[in-house]
Design a protein around this ligand. Structure first.
Ligand code: NZQ
Ligand code: ZN
Length: 387
């Protein structure tokens, strides 16, 4: 096990009705918030009205930034920074999924940087401070509610990169599973695939002698596999939504990666799909992951896939090792299929291979240090197989 520093500073209020804590949380940090939200789901569900009423009742002033895109753009981050500076914002309050929260994190950090916001994405050491962030999560997927990443897209440059800084951990996150009842089946499935991938990236990174972390990850994976399909079919099943919500946070908040850190190849590859084709992040991962698993299955990795197959899917341990590994990969694909996700690039409307080489060059940078080395040519081949 590697050495590590452990600190997950975000305070969480979890469960139905925990929205009530919002005024108390805000008042710890100031009197004026910037509400950040996406395309309007929070207005349709009535959450926006509830939040605004709570703020007004408690004499908390607010400004708004709406229209944050899935795969949030740096141009939207800049709009938010301008509002914060002009209106004297104390706290950034994203209400939504990962895109909204990431945009808010970008705003909070870029507020203190005197230059284009994209600079701090390209060079994370330029993040020297951040406004306090309090999140209200409405979609279980990215774990942004409890981590220190913000993934920002630059349309002009066709780049999707992350800010990675301890300073952008949310101060508080309100996790009420009932706020995810309205998440459509497609986003529920994509979100589940995303959290599974966050676990896979660590589980399969080749760092050895992490028995404790590996067993926890298997429990998290089993939770996704059990409850993802249930939430897709029964959107207002509290237990399913609650288990998924808590798993999304723990899949990426740093805990499972303590002593087991490494590269995240599937994410590096998927981020190119989002950057070039605006693919939904979790869906892109559901397509890419089984192909990466197959491509990296060899004598060096087979035992990891065997452990996964036996411990997570209960595959018969007396079978041949490669048989177990292949079954485990097929069962993983089946989980995504059962949740209604299409599983080739062509099926999601990518009909030409024009950008594969260019995308692979960028992805290869993010794959550096992977357990199984993936070069540009390997990644082109993975795109071709997933086509
Ligand atoms: O924009 P609105 O109208 O709110 O609708 C959203 C959006 O269309 C909708 N939605 C969210 N909550 C809802 C809802 N619809 C109905 N009811 C609700 N309760 O869902 C759609 C997708 O939302 P989005 O925030 O884009 O999804 P997600 O949470 O999957 O976030 C994806 C982004 O996060 C990044 C991804 O790359 C992508 O840009 N990631 C962030 C990470 C992090 N910060 O740690 C790590 C991840 O690996 C990932 O890269
Ligand atoms: Zn992800």
């Amino acid at each position: 096990m590697q050495n590590f520093n452990y600190s997950i500073p975000t305070k969480v209020a979890f469960g139905e009705g925990t929205l009530e804590n919002l005024p108390k949380f805000v008042k710890e940090y100031g009197k004026k918030v910037l509400i950040v939200y996406g395309g309007g789901s929070i207005k349709r569900t009535g959450l926006y009205d509830k939040v605004v009423a709570l703020l007004k009742e408690n004499d908390i002033a607010y400004e708004e930034l709406s229209g944050v895109e899935p795969n949030p753009r740096v141009t939207t981050v800049e709009k938010g920074v301008a509002i914060c500076r002009e209106k004297g914002i104390d706290v950034v309050l994203p209400i939504g999924g990962g895109s909204t929260i990431d945009c808010a994190k970008g705003i909070a950090a870029a507020y203190y940087y005197d230059g284009p916001a994209w600079d701090i994405v390209l060079n994370n050491s330029l993040v020297t401070n951040a406004l306090p962030i309090i999140t209200i999560l409405t979609l279980a997927a990215t774990g942004s509610e409890m981590d220190y990443f913000a993934v920002i897209s630059n349309e002009e440059e066709k780049e999707k990169l992350d800010i990675n800084s301890d300073l952008i951990y949310p101060k508080y996150s309100i996790l009420d599973p009932t706020l995810t009842y309205s998440v459509p089946a497609y986003q529920t499935a994509s979100g589940t695939a995303d959290m599974m991938s966050h676990i896979f990236e660590v589980y399969f990174n080749g760092v050895k002698d992490t028995f404790f972390q590996d067993r926890i990850m298997e429990a998290l994976l089993k939770t996704c596999i059990k409850y993802g399909p249930i939430a897709v079919k029964e959107p207002d099943n509290y237990d399913a939504r609650a288990n998924l919500m808590w798993t999304s946070s723990w899949a990426i908040n740093g805990f499972i990666a303590c002593g087991k850190s490494g590269a995240w190849p599937c994410h590096a590859i998927e981020h190119q799909l989002s950057a070039y084709y605006d693919v939904t992040h979790g869906h892109g991962l559901a397509i890419i992951t089984p192909y990466v698993m197959k491509y990296t299955l060899n004598d060096k990795t087979v035992d990891m896939y065997v452990t996964y197959g036996i411990n997570v899917f209960g595959i018969d341990p007396s079978l041949d090792r490669y048989e177990i590994a292949n079954q485990a990969i097929e069962k993983t694909t089946q989980v995504f299929r059962d949740m209604g996700l299409k599983l080739t690039l062509r099926d999601i409307g990518i009909t030409d291979k024009t950008y594969f080489e260019e995308m692979a060059v960028k992805a290869a940078r993010g794959c550096e240090g992977s357990f199984v080395e993936l070069t540009k040519d390997d990644i082109v081949e993975i795109f071709n197989q997933a086509f």
